[in-house]
Design a protein around this ligand. Sequence first.
Ligand code: SF4
Length: 345
Amino acid sequence: MNDAKKETAFYEKLEDNYVRCNICPRRCEIKEGGRGFCKVRENVGGTLFSLVYGRSVSTSVDSIEKKPLFHFAPGSRAYSICTVGCNLKCDFCQNYRISRGWKEIKGKKESPSEVIENAMSNKSDGIAYTYTEPTVFYEYARDIMLESKDLYNVFVSNGYMSDKVINELSKNLDAINIDIKGNEKFYSEHCGINDIEPIFNSAKRFKENGVWVEITNLIIPGENDTPEDFKRISRWIRDNLGQETPLHFSRFSPYLELREKPPTDISTLEKAMEISNKVGMDYVYCGNVPGHQSESTYCPNCDKELITRRGFSITNLDLNRDMSCPQCGKKISIAGEKWIPDRFF
Ligand code: SF4
């Protein structure tokens, strides 16, 4: 047991000092002395503790575009934190060393109040829970959010969380980017889960609860890169979240167990964008291709370039204060307007 312990939210006590964690759909049944799949929740004498409360393993100030969130508080700065641990096991994870490649709980002590102080002293506009899966450090994120007042709070998540967590988070979360990686076969072969309905459910529930939602789809050659794949995800988003939902097709870089795969061809990403646009999606981007024209935001009505991005920076923002297009007047789907820096107007 480390000194970052905190009794977890949402668990049940079972017979023989077992407990069941209800933070994510794995619903791990954990014997006394054992840990859940994510390895950051431990049963001590029939009580379930989070081992990573107040224990940040990586912090940085990033532009919100890096999350990626392109339609939430564009141009703002997010104090970004995570702890170790994850509830999936993706064989291409870029953050492997902190998501699952560790033996002891790592991280510096940073209480919720200190996170907020650090965010403010770094001139951040909000806090991003990112890099690993924030669902596994839910209690830490929750307590930071409760203290955060004028700062925004955003999750970058795999979406694999329980309804209880979704409902509680929705009270204080401003935006979320959910990574929808592929179909059931993909998740089963590459991420260690068979039931993917909870991920789609998360996206819908957050949207219904008024949280701003963007979707990322990492495209891996030979795994989830057919026209049918692009059509399926675009249609699902259009029909369930709305055509105004930003969709980020992201370029894969070879890593970990998929290191023999080639990086995604840019032409494949362009094909994905083309199909998604045909399906009717308004804001489709390709990610991890710095300098590509699809990093920028265009008016879906008149094609005017509204937000010009280079990498993760905004070089020009040409929107009216009410988030309408200055050329045709169409209202552009942007949330978190109050955190857009004044220098853009
Ligand atoms: S959060 Fe961790 S312990 Fe809890 S159900 Fe998910 S994987 Fe299991």
